[in-house]
Design a protein around this ligand. Structure first.
Ligand SMILES: Cc1cc2nc3c(=O)[nH]c(=O)nc-3n(C[C@H](O)[C@H](O)[C@H](O)COP(=O)(O)OP(=O)(O)OC[C@H]3O[C@@H](n4cnc5c(N)ncnc54)[C@H](O)[C@@H]3O)c2cc1C
Length: 448
């Protein structure tokens, strides 16, 4: 079979790339090859086990493929012959392409601890059959240990705590606090308190050294010798880029960091682009390799790759890392650097924080507090990070902060923004958190 554009992978990056490619190339033949019949929405995986109740409720619709006249092949690309520009599939097809986008994603990171292969040890695999197995195993589980207190681990903890049928539910985190890679400790503590109130035991600053059991998991052993009773373990310690196909095709890759791409998402083969969790990323500020893997980055990179297939149109901005989550009724969101990660890089910062209700007057039904913390570089005044917590408006406010970081805005510019307001939709214009946090950071610089 012959196609103009071949996209390997049909999740966030693959689908976004296909849609953009269609908009820029209305007349070309575009084909997606993906391994699975049904693609899961990866960000929805933790919610399968509580709110959604079934794997089938977390499926990415193929409607966009039909609407955009994208051909779909369910198969696995097993090798690429770059010279003849053919992809060979497990099913024996030879797919001839003019341009290819690799969107092969990532797999869960499996730690090398003894017992990780025991029965009832699961990871957040983006695989419907595997997750159905986890759901069945959870039916009988009474003592669950989650290894990893990042956002995936905490989303599982929050959802499982609501089931109300577990005897014990613990989260083991290596760092001093859960979520510490994304938030400063005062925000992490609020999240941990919420989870503790839901009956989750948080064990931070501890390493899971081994998983013990006979065929099936029975306990998790910590580095202080403690044994946590467990009949089911969920691993949430990160992901590793899926680079095997690119590596075997002779493309430049780093096994841990991903497929090497330039600013236009091109690999070292001018006919092959890559996007999403499978690519190497660089920090927007330091240029160092970054381990961030998010759907927001994957889809942005996919759009850039698809725009540049035949003409160089658009550079990809380096990832900032904008994301949010919810624990109980507390929304938490973060973008860019925290105070802690900035200090680790030797960056001196100015911080401003503002809290107010998300509607005005605060007597309106449903008004809730929202706090914004902004982190600026002391020398230039540039915004490099922000955290938001409180009401569910956090999701949109953090996206606004992400845009400000991406455009290199300074505290003095942000303090004079003209933010639209409405009683039912926003805080009071006097109390708008973003401008106030920027103004407080500016004022603090004058007091030093
Ligand atoms: C539990 C969980 C929760 C998350 N929550 C969030 C969130 O709230 N917000 C956020 O921004 N991000 C979140 N993420 C991260 C986000 O899901 C990923 O960044 C995103 O899925 C990356 O998309 P991708 O298309 O690059 O890769 P993937 O989603 O990994 O998809 C890769 C695709 O490639 C296919 N493939 C791979 N190799 C081949 C091959 N050889 N042949 C054919 N097909 C192949 C796979 O089958 C799959 O379709 C979460 C991730 C997980 C696991």
């Amino acid at each position: 079979m012959k196609t103009d554009i071949l996209i390997v992978g049909g999740s966030a990056a693959g689908l976004a790339a296909a849609i953009t490619a269609r908009r820029f190339h209305p007349d070309l033949k575009i084909t997606i090859v993906r391994r699975e019949e049904k693609v899961l929405i990866p960000c929805g995986i933790p919610y399968i086990f509580g709110t959604l109740k079934s794997v089938d409720e977390d499926v990415l619709s193929d409607a966009a493929l039909t609407a955009n006249k994208i051909d779909l092949i369910v198969d696995e690309v097993t090798s690429i012959d770059r010279q003849s520009r053919r992809a060979i599939t497990a099913g024996g097809d030879r797919l001839e392409y003019d341009r290819m986008i690799l969107a092969t994603g990532s797999n869960p990171l499996i730690p090398r601890v003894p017992g990780v292969d025991l029965g009832n040890v699961f990871a957040a695999k983006k695989d419907a059959g595997y997750l159905q197995g986890l759901q069945q195993a959870l039916e009988h589980a009474r003592n669950v240990v989650i290894i990893g207190g990042g956002f995936i681990g905490l989303e599982f903890a929050d959802e499982l705590s609501k089931l109300g049928k577990l005897r014990s539910l613990s989260v083991v985190e290596l760092l001093p606090h859960c979520l510490l890679l994304a938030c400063d400790s005062e925000v992490c503590i609020k999240v941990e308190e919420k989870l503790s109130n839901e009956g989750v035991t948080i064990i931070a600053d501890r390493k899971a050294e081994a998983i013990r059991g006979n065929g099936k998991v029975e306990s998790v052993e910590l580095d202080d010798g403690r044994q946590l009773k467990a009949d089911l373990v969920i691993l949430g310690i990160g992901v590793t880029p899926n680079v095997a196909l690119a590596r075997d095709a002779g493309l430049s890759v780093d096994e841990k960091a991903g497929v090497d791409v330039d600013d236009y998402m091109r690999t070292n083969d001018p006919h092959i682009f890559a996007a999403g969790d499978c690519t190497r990323k660089r920090c927007f500020l330091t240029g160092k390799t970054s381990m961030l893997r998010l759907a927001s980055i994957a889809t942005m990179e996919a759009r850039v790759a698809a725009m540049n297939l035949f003409v160089r149109r658009q550079r990809a901005p380096c990832p900032i890392g904008v994301f949010g989550t919810v624990v109980g009724d507390l929304a938490i969101a973060s973008a860019g650097f925290t105070e802690r990660t900035a200090k680790e890089e030797g960056i001196e910062v100015l911080v401003g924080e503002a809290t107010s209700l998300d509607k005005h007057p605060g007597t309106l039904p449903g008004a809730q507090e929202l706090t914004v913390k902004l982190i600026f570089m002391k020398d230039s005044g540039k915004l490099i990070g922000g955290q938001v917590y409180g009401s569910d408006k956090a999701g949109y406010v953090v996206n606004c902060i992400g845009s400000l970081i991406q455009h290199g805005m300074r505290a003095d510019e942000i303090a004079v923004f003209q933010m639209g307001t409405h009683p039912k939709l926003t805080p009071s214009p006097i109390a708008h958190q973003i401008e106030n946090a920027a103004e407080l950071a500016l004022a603090s610089s004058l007091q030093r």
